[in-house]
Ligand binder design. Structure first.
Ligand SMILES: [Zn+2]
Length: 740
C-alpha cells in the first residue's frame, strides 16, 4: 500500500474550492473534535452532498480522532466502521493507492486495543524496504502504542514471545512470523498472544508466497500437530488491487474469490463515500508516448528469442537452470556456463545500446569482459576461444562508437524528466527501467547532462543480485530512498523493486522508460505519483504500449468485478467463498498428508535398514553427506549442519561471487567436489544471521536410499523421498530492534 502519509486533505489541481467556513467548522466539529486554525488550511471538497457528511460517524470515532488529532476523511471513517461491524471476522480492504490505508489500519489497531486492553498486533509488509516506512507511520499515528520494527527474517518463537511482552505492534516481513510459528509447532507451543494481524499489500497472498504460507498455518490443523490452534487472530488485508489473470468476468471473479478464500475474508470497500474517495484519490494524469523502434538487430543465425530483449535473458536463464544442470561432464558444463555468460554480456550491452548511449553499452561490455576473462584459460579452451572472439570484435565496436548517433529516445526522456521542473522549486521524478544495468547506465547519462546532473540522480535496484551486477543491499536501498525522500536526490532511476517500496509524498513525476508491468504492478507504479498535479508517463515502443493497454483493460475489469462482488447478496457471496475454500483446503490437506507419509516412510526405512539416505557427488559418486546432517531453514533453504563439512569435505572457491543471493543470505563462496579429478560445483556458501551455511544444490547430487539403491538426479528438494528436519536460527539483530 505504502500511502502512509496520505492524511492531509489535498485538492486535485484545477478543481473548485468554494467551501464556506461554516461547512468547514461543522465538519471539523463532528469529526475532528476541536477545530484549530491549522484545520482551516485543509480544503474540504464541496462536491459531497451535505446529508452524507455525518452519515458514517460514530461516537467511538470522535473519541479516537480527539486522541490522535489527525483529521480523517469520511471514506476512511467508513472503512474503519465497516471493519468494526464485522465483529472480529477477517477482511480484505480494497482502496486506491494514496487513499491513506495505513491511517485506516492505525484506526483499526486503535479500536482493537481499546476493546481488548493489553492485546497484541502484528503488521506485516511484503519487503524490508516497506517495514521501516510503515513502522514509522504507525509510530506517528499511534504514539501511545509501543511499535517495533523487526529486522532480518529469522526469529525463534521465544524471541517473538519476549518481544510481545513489551511491544503492542510488531512490524515485520511474513517470513519472520512463519518461522516463529514453525518453531512454536516444533516446541509444541503453537500459539502467540497475537489477536490482530494486518497484511499490507495483501494482493501478495496467492500461491506459495509468504503471506499465503502464513495463512496455511491458520487454515490447517496439520496431522501430527499437538493441539488445534487456539483462537485465531483476526486478519485484515490492505490492497489497492486484486490480481486477475484474464479480462473474462467469470475468471476474474474466481481470481478475487481465491484471494478472499485464502484469507478467509470478507470484501470491504468504500460504498457510501465514493465521491469523496474519487475526489481525493484521482489518479495522476496519464501520458503515453510511442517510441519508434531504433533499429533491428541483424544476426546470421536465427536466435531462439529476439536479441536486445528481456525474453532473451529468460531464454539464457532457462539454459543455465534446466539444461546445464542435467549435464554430468564437468568440463562440458563449464564450457556451456562460459558461453551463457558471454551471451548474457552481449545481450545486456545490446539492451544498453538500445535504451541508453552506445558509450554506456561499450563501458559495460569492457567492464564485464574484464571479469569474464579474469578466469585463467588454457590455450584452445572454450574460454580462450570466447575471449578471442570478443577481442576480435572490440575494434569494430569502437569504430561503431565513433560513428553512432545520439540515441533519440534519451532526448525525449530528458524532456519528460524536466517537464515538472519549475525554476527554483524542487521536484521528484522516478524513472522505472527494465534492468539494473539500464538504471546504472542512465545515472551515468544523467550525470553527464548539465541540467540533470544538478538534480543529483541516483538508482535503486533489488537486493537479489551481486554488487558487480548493480545489486544493492537492504541498507543501501534504504539510504538511497532516504536521500530521495529528503530531496538530496531529485531523480531516481529504479527497477521494479521501487514499485511498492518507495513512497514519497512530493513525487510529482513517474516515468516508465520502455517499462511496462501487469495490472497490479501498474497500479502500484502509477501510485508512486503522489503529489497533486503529478503525471504518470509511459515512454515505450508500440508493443509495450499494447501491454500497457492490456493492463489498463484488466484494471477496468477488476473494478467492475469488485463492484459486482461487493453488491452480491450475502448468501451468494458465502456460497462462492465456501466453494473456493473447499478446493483450497482439499489441496492443502492432500499436500500435508503426502508430507506426513513421507516422514513416516522415512522413519520406517531408517528403522528397517539401520542407516539413513546419503547424497553422493552426481559426477564422481564420492560420498558428500548423509541426510541426517541436513536441516531446513526458512522452509526452503537446505543446509548441511556439520561444522567440519566445509572444512574437510569440500573445496571452497572464494571467488568473485559476493552478494545477497536471497534476502539476508550473503553468498561469499562456492563449494566444489573434493575429488581432484571431479571438482564439480556443489552449491553456494552463505552468511546468514552471522553464521556460515553450506547450501548444497540437490541437482548436483545423486541420492542413495538406505537399501543402497541409487535414485536418479532430482531437480528440486521437494522431490526428495526423505523428510528433512527444520532448524531455526536465532536473530542476532534482535538486540538492535529499532524503536519508534
Ligand atoms: Zn565429484
Amino acid at each position: 500500500m505504502s500511502d502512509a502519509d496520505a492524511t492531509s486533505l489535498k485538492r486535485p489541481s484545477g478543481s473548485a474550492s468554494g467551501t464556506s467556513a461554516g461547512e468547514l467548522n461543522n465538519l471539523n466539529n463532528v469529526h475532528i473534535g476541536e477545530a484549530t486554525t491549522a484545520d482551516m488550511h485543509y480544503n474540504i471538497p464541496n462536491k459531497i452532498p451535505k446529508t452524507e457528511k455525518c452519515a458514517t460517524s460514530g461516537i467511538s470515532n470522535i473519541k479516537l480522532e480527539t486522541n490522535l488529532g489527525i483529521p480523517r476523511r469520511l471514506y476512511q471513517i467508513e472503512l474503519v466502521d465497516r471493519i468494526l461491524e464485522l465483529k472480529g471476522a477477517n477482511a480484505v480492504i480494497v482502496a486506491p493507492t494514496n487513499s491513506g490505508k495505513t491511517l485506516v489500519a492505525a484506526d483499526i489497531l486503535k479500536n482493537h486495543f481499546d476493546k481488548v486492553p493489553g492485546s497484541k498486533a502484528v503488521f506485516l509488509v511484503p519487503n524490508g524496504l516497506l517495514a521501516q516506512q510503515q513502522g514509522e507511520a504507525l509510530g506517528k499515528y499511534l504514539p501511545k502504542a509501543n511499535t517495533k520494527v523487526l529486522r532480518g527474517e529469522a526469529c525463534t518463537s521465544e524471541q517473538i514471545n519476549d518481544l510481545l511482552q513489551t511491544t503492542d505492534i510488531l512490524v515485520m516481513t511474513p517470513q519472520i512470523l512463519i518461522n516463529a510459528y514453525d518453531d512454536a509447532f516444533d516446541q509444541d507451543k503453537p500459539s502467540f498472544p497475537i489477536s490482530l494481524i494486518v497484511l499490507d499489500e495483501c494482493h501478495h497472498c496467492v500461491k506459495k508466497a509468504p503471506y499465503s504460507q502464513l495463512m496455511e498455518i491458520f487454515h490447517l490443523h496439520l496431522p501430527g500437530r499437538p493441539e488445534p490452534l487456539p483462537k485465531l487472530p483476526q486478519v485484515i488485508g490492505l490492497t489497492a488491487s486484486v490480481r486477475i489473470s484474464t479480462s473474462k468476468t467469470d475468471t476474474a471473479e474466481c481470481n478475487i474469490f481465491k484471494l478472499l478464500a485464502n484469507m478467509d475474508a470478507r470484501l470491504v470497500m468504500v460504498e457510501k463515500n465514493k465521491d469523496e474517495l474519487a475526489f481525493y484519490c484521482a489518479p495522476p494524469e496519464e501520458i503515453l508516448v510511442e517510441y519508434k523502434d531504433r533499429f533491428q538487430i541483424d544476426v546470421v543465425i536465427k536466435p531462439r528469442k529476439k536479441k536486445a530483449d528481456l525474453a532473451y535473458v529468460q531464454w539464457l536463464r532457462n539454459i543455465s537452470t534446466k539444461l546445464i544442470s542435467l549435464i554430468e561432464d564437468a568440463e562440458c558444463k563449464h564450457d556451456l556456463v562460459s558461453c551463457v555468460e558471454y551471451l548474457d554480456m552481449y545481450n545486456n550491452s545490446l539492451m544498453l545500446n538500445y535504451e541508453c548511449r552506445s558509450t554506456d553499452a561499450y563501458n559495460y561490455l569492457k567492464e564485464r569482459a574484464k571479469t569474464l576473462m579474469y578466469k585463467e584459460s588454457r590455450p584452445e579452451s572454450t574460454d580462450a576461444w570466447l575471449a578471442d572472439k570478443y577481442k576480435g570484435k572490440i575494434g569494430t565496436i569502437e569504430h561503431y562508437l565513433c560513428s553512432s548517433d545520439e540515441n533519440s529516445w534519451l532526448a525525449v526522456l530528458k524532456e519528460h524528466i524536466m517537464k515538472t521542473k519549475k525554476p527554483g522549486a524542487p521536484m521528484r521524478c522516478i524513472i522505472f527501467c527494465r534492468t539494473r544495468e539500464i538504471c546504472s547506465a542512465l545515472v551515468d547519462w544523467a550525470n553527464d547532462s548539465e541540467e540533470l546532473c544538478d538534480l543529483n540522480p541516483g538508482f535503486i535496484t533489488g537486493s537479489n543480485a551481486s554488487t558487480s551486477s548493480k545489486g544493492l543491499t537492504n541498507q543501501q536501498q534504504n539510504e538511497i530512498k532516504q536521500e530521495f525522500l529528503d530531496g538530496r536526490r531529485q531523480i531516481l532511476f529504479a527497477t521494479s523493486v521501487a514499485q511498492e517500496g518507495v513512497d514519497v509524498k512530493k513525487c510529482d513525476n513517474v516515468i516508465c522508460y520502455n517499462f511496462t508491468s501487469d495490472m497490479v504492478a501498474r497500479i502500484q507504479t502509477r501510485g508512486r505519483a503522489r503529489k497533486s498535479g503529478a503525471t504518470y508517463t509511459v515512454l515505450a515502443t508500440k508493443q509495450r504500449l499494447k501491454d500497457e493497454e492490456k493492463s489498463k483493460q484488466n484494471e477496468i475489469k477488476q473494478n467492475e468485478v469488485l463492484q459486482k462482488i461487493i453488491q452480491m447478496p450475502h448468501p451468494e457471496f458465502t456460497r462462492l467463498l465456501q466453494r473456493e475454500q473447499k478446493t483450497l483446503l482439499a489441496d492443502l490437506r492432500n499436500n500435508a498428508i503426502l508430507e506426513e507419509q513421507k516422514k513416516q516412510n522415512h522413519k520406517r526405512e531408517l528403522q528397517e535398514q539401520g542407516k539413513d539416505y546419503s547424497l553422493i557427488c552426481g559426477h564422481c559418486s564420492d560420498f558428500a553427506f548423509s541426510c541426517e546432517e541436513l536441516r531446513k531453514v526458512n522452509r526452503h533453504h537446505h543446509v548441511v549442519m556439520d561444522e567440519d563439512f566445509l572444512k574437510t569435505r569440500v573445496d571452497l572457491d572464494l571467488g568473485t561471487f559476493v552478494g545477497e543471493k536471497w534476502p539476508m543470505w550473503f553468498q561469499f563462496a562456492k563449494m566444489h567436489c573434493k575429488n581432484p579429478k571431479c571438482r564439480r560445483f556443489l552449491g553456494p556458501v552463505c552468511h546468514y544471521n552471522k553464521k556460515t551455511y553450506a547450501l548444497p544444490k540437490i541437482e548436483m547430487f545423486t541420492v542413495v536410499a538406505p537399501n543402497g539403491e541409487n535414485i536418479k538426479t532430482l531437480k528440486a528438494w521437494k522431490d526428495c523421498p526423505f523428510h528433512v528436519e527444520r532448524f531455526q536460527p536465532e536473530n542476532p539483530l534482535f538486540e538492535r530492534t529499532i524503536d519508534n
